[in-house]
Design a protein around this ligand. Structure first.
Ligand code: ZN
Ligand code: ZN
Length: 861
């Protein structure tokens, strides 16, 4: 009995001890945690530290320089399928570590405490979670430092880099199966703190798609494109029913069209040849019935570097078809000239038909271009252009009139950095060699007629290079111009000396009397319409070189008060209604004979307000003038400009074509600082938005020497071509390209000047030297900046440009403080520079203004 008892006691003791041991063993094993949104996963099996080696430098060419990529769990199923038990050893080359359970009291698993404070090292962390159903979750990860994560054996995250721990730093979509799921994190320690935190958050496709997209396309160094995703394969399989993918090459020709119901990522079966761009259109049909659409542009194909020139030689020729236009031939000679200046290599200009074994730059559209690109022939007047390559050959083409020519100039500007800042200053970089892989660049004009009305912009070659195609009156220019014939033409077309005596009824009825002095025409008189129509037709036949022919009011008021005229005015609520009624009839009469021409008329002073209903015909251009506006602020932001903006919008609602006569200058003092640069882009954009086919930017047009005229002429040429161009970039490019090292100080002066503008400072065409935007401090600070600029001028030529730019500040000082300017040498300096540069127009008034200015300064005591 006793023995039995003893035995029984021993037995219970064994059971007790065993159960005790079992208990410990049990508590050292991981318990799968339920997946609850937002709840931290705190229970982990940990194993580490395993030493890493940080490579000495980036050139360390060993395949796995740090040892991070080594699978240390190979003996226990591998990282993709690990079988983990507390106490099991994991071996690394010079030692081993054991798995142990760690239940963190906190959201963060502090590996410095749980494992070690050594570095560089790595550790494994393993956990299991229990899901109630099969669905996609975000696994939210924060790590210090980087690492790699597997969920159910699928690698869902790989990000080796030093970083600090941030909660929810990565949100990775993962598919959890109903029941048990495994998590394995391999985490590196590069120094300082070491730890991680993990939780699950509800999955939202929208949040993720906005960030990265479900699927996208990338191309490896081998030139092979493939579909990739930020989502793991199990997640994609769970989400996507099917994928329709259509790919076109850069000529929009289809090259692939397929549907996938599995394998949504991976290689695309394109057969790319030479390196080129493609566009993929992907329709992703989701299992929940939603459809997602995605457009992706990518490059693929063999990367070949083609050498255009090297060491003063080139294998290329410039080739033109025998049908090339005059401007295309001119452009080819420009191309030849500037490439030679850049490289020392002279490319022969040849007929395309002539035998040639080397590579070529083709200038202009022709059968060769058609064969290579499949492009249709551009219209003669089409100014848009494209340059691209077909293997080693470079194709530059557009409309024959100016398109090709602009393409050549843009090719030189964009690809080589050539600049034609002024008629006499071109900045052309020197290049020993030039290679390319791929070009495909197209542009089209933002405004059809671009009239940059600066003296500096009238040089026909400069204008052609800088895409200025508009002119008042006609000028000979490569590619020709779109010119506007005349203004204020009522009397030039119907001179009172010819008609008034016999037909006073042709002229304005004013206070009961037909008069012609400072008056207009009686537009409802049918004879007036007949005579004007006949004469404008003759003008168009005699001078067919214009685009627009003017029929507009004289430059004063006094419109006709007769009953018939005023009936139309009152019906339309504006004198402009009568003018449009009249001009429409002229335009209708000329339309058949001159289908591509316009009749232009003014919306100016008493006709600035738009009519109520009558619409200008399609071949009528309304020339609206902004002369009354504030130019410190743009049309949209300044209350002083709101009536102009209303008129502009009303006209644009009625008129298919506007032509704007805008002002970018101070007429009273061309040569004085005028801070209106901030409005140029916005105002041109406003005109474009309102049906403007032409913009004339009236500036200092009579001679050199307007304030920043060179920069303004250059910037405006760019804005008229592309109203969305990067103005800051253009200004800085000019500052450093044209003024060299001095540009830094001139830019500072430019900013100082524009800093004088605030919401209360309005400026107009007649800004005066004593305006509140100026101060004596401003003048002395500006003079200081120009002195600094002069000190660092790279050479004599640049010094002259800097001095030219300083004239406005010297002028302002002379006007504000003549006595001081005379005695401290400012006036003498002004005279020296102005004489040397031949600056004669300080204001639109010209000579009288200049004489008065010098008289005042010379008599100052
Ligand atoms: Zn009348
Ligand atoms: Zn203003």
């Amino acid at each position: 009995m006793l023995n039995n008892f003893k035995m029984a006691r021993r037995f219970f003791l064994i059971i007790y001890i065993a159960s005790f041991i079992c208990g410990i063993t049990y508590s050292q094993q991981l318990l799968p945690q339920p997946v609850i949104p937002g709840q931290w996963i705190k229970s982990w099996m940990l194993c580490g530290p395993i030493p890493l080696q940080i490579p000495v430098d980036a050139s360390d060419s060993r395949e796995d320089p740090t040892g991070f990529n080594t699978d240390y769990l190979l003996k226990a199923g591998g990282e993709k399928n690990p079988k983990i038990k507390a106490g099991d050893a994991v071996r690394y080359p010079k030692g081993s570590v054991k798995w142990k359970l760690f239940n963190s009291p906190d959201s963060i698993i502090d590996l410095d405490k749980a494992i070690s404070q050594d570095d560089p090292v790595l550790a494994y962390a393993y956990s299991e979670v229990q899901a109630e159903e099969t669905r996609i979750w975000f696994i939210s990860l924060g790590t210090n430092d980087g690492g790699r994560l597997w969920v159910n054996g699928t690698n869902v995250w790989d990000n080796q880099q030093p970083r600090g721990l941030l909660i929810d730093d990565d949100l990775i979509p993962v598919l959890l199966n109903k029941g048990n799921n495994t998590l394995l994190l391999k985490i590196e320690e590069r120094g300082n703190r070491w730890g991680f935190c993990v939780r699950f958050l509800p999955f939202s496709l929208n949040a993720l798609d906005e960030k990265d997209g479900l699927l996208t396309i990338t191309t490896g160094l081998d030139g092979e494109p493939k579909i990739v995703s930020g989502f793991s394969t199990p997640v994609l399989q769970q989400l996507i029913q099917s994928l329709d993918i259509e790919i076109v090459n850069h000529q929009k020709q289809p090259v692939l069209n397929e549907q996938r119901t599995t394998d949504f990522t991976g290689k695309i079966n394109l057969k790319p040849g030479d390196y080129e761009s493609y566009n993929a259109s992907m329709d992703i049909h989701l299992k929940n019935g939603d459809k997602m659409h995605r457009e992706v542009s990518f490059f693929a194909g063999k990367l070949i570097d083609y050498t255009l020139f090297s060491n003063r030689t080139s294998e290329y020729r410039i080739a033109l078809s025998s049908q090339a236009s005059e401007s295309e031939r001119w452009a080819a000679s420009e191309l030849q000239h500037w490439i030679k200046i850049m490289s020392g290599a002279e490319l022969p200009v040849q007929d395309l038909e002539q035998q040639y074994t080397g590579n070529q730059i083709i200038v202009g559209y022709n059968d060769f271009v058609k064969g290579k690109t499949g492009a249709a022939a551009p219209a003669h007047q089409d100014e848009s252009f494209r340059y691209c390559n077909s293997g080693p050959d470079i194709l530059i083409y557009g409309g024959k009139m100016r398109g090709t020519m602009y393409g050549v100039m843009s090719f030189l500007e964009n690809e080589f950095g050539c600049r034609w800042y002024t008629p006499s200053v071109s900045v052309i970089p020197q290049k020993k060699d030039f290679s390319f892989r791929w070009f495909d660049h197209s542009e089209k004009p933002g405004v059809r007629v671009r009239n940059d009305f600066y003296f500096e912009a009238f040089d026909p070659v400069w204008a052609a290079r800088n895409k200025v195609n508009g002119s008042m009156n006609f000028r000979q220019q490569p590619g020709g111009v779109e010119s506007y014939w005349a203004v204020h033409t009522f009397y030039p077309l119907m001179p009172p000396e010819e008609f008034y005596d016999k037909h006073p009824e042709y002229y304005s009825l004013i206070d009961g009397k037909r008069i012609y002095q400072e008056a207009q025409l009686c537009l409802t008189n049918p004879d007036v319409l007949g005579i004007i129509t006949e004469r404008i037709k003759n003008r168009m036949r005699e001078s067919p070189e214009y685009l627009i022919y003017d029929v507009s009011q004289n430059d004063w008021h006094n419109p006709c008060q007769c009953e018939k005229c005023q009936a139309i005015v009152s019906r339309e609520g504006s004198e402009s209604g009568l003018i449009i009624w009249f001009v429409n009839q002229v335009a209708e009469s000329i339309e058949k004979e001159f289908p591509d021409k316009f009749i232009g008329t003014l919306a100016y002073q008493y006709t600035r307000t738009a009519p109520k209903e009558i619409r200008p015909r399609n071949n009528v251009v309304v020339r609206l003038c902004s002369i009354e506006c504030c130019f410190a602020h743009d049309f949209k932001s300044c209350p002083e400009n709101s009536s102009f903006l209303t008129d502009l919008r009303n006209w644009s609602a009625l008129a298919p074509h506007l032509y704007i006569w805008d002002y970018v200058v101070n007429f009273s003092h061309y040569i004085m600082p005028y801070p209106n640069f901030n409005v140029l882009q916005s105002n041109i954009q406003t005109f474009r938005e309102n049906n403007s086919i032409g913009i004339m930017e009236q500036a200092s047009y009579q001679g050199r020497g307007g304030e920043f005229s060179e920069l303004r002429a250059y910037l405006i040429s760019r804005l008229l071509w592309n109203p969305d161009c990067d103005v800051e970039k253009v200004i800085n490019d000019f500052m450093y390209g044209y003024y060299g090292r001095s540009g830094k100080f001139i830019r500072q002066y430019f900013d100082l000047l524009h800093g004088r503008i605030n919401p209360e400072t309005h400026i107009h065409l007649g800004l005066s030297p004593d305006d509140k935007i100026f101060s004596d401090d401003f003048v002395s600070e500006s003079c200081q900046l120009f002195e600094e600029a002069a000190k660092v001028a790279d050479n004599e030529d640049i010094l002259r440009r800097v001095e030219m730019a300083s004239l406005p500040v010297l002028y302002l000082k002379c006007k504000r403080t003549p006595v001081l300017a005379k005695y401290d040498g400012t006036y003498a300096k002004f005279c020296t520079i102005a004489d040397r540069e031949g600056v004669l127009f300080y204001a639109e008034a010209g000579e009288p203004h200049r004489i008065l200015f010098h008289k005042i300064l010379e008599s100052s005591k």
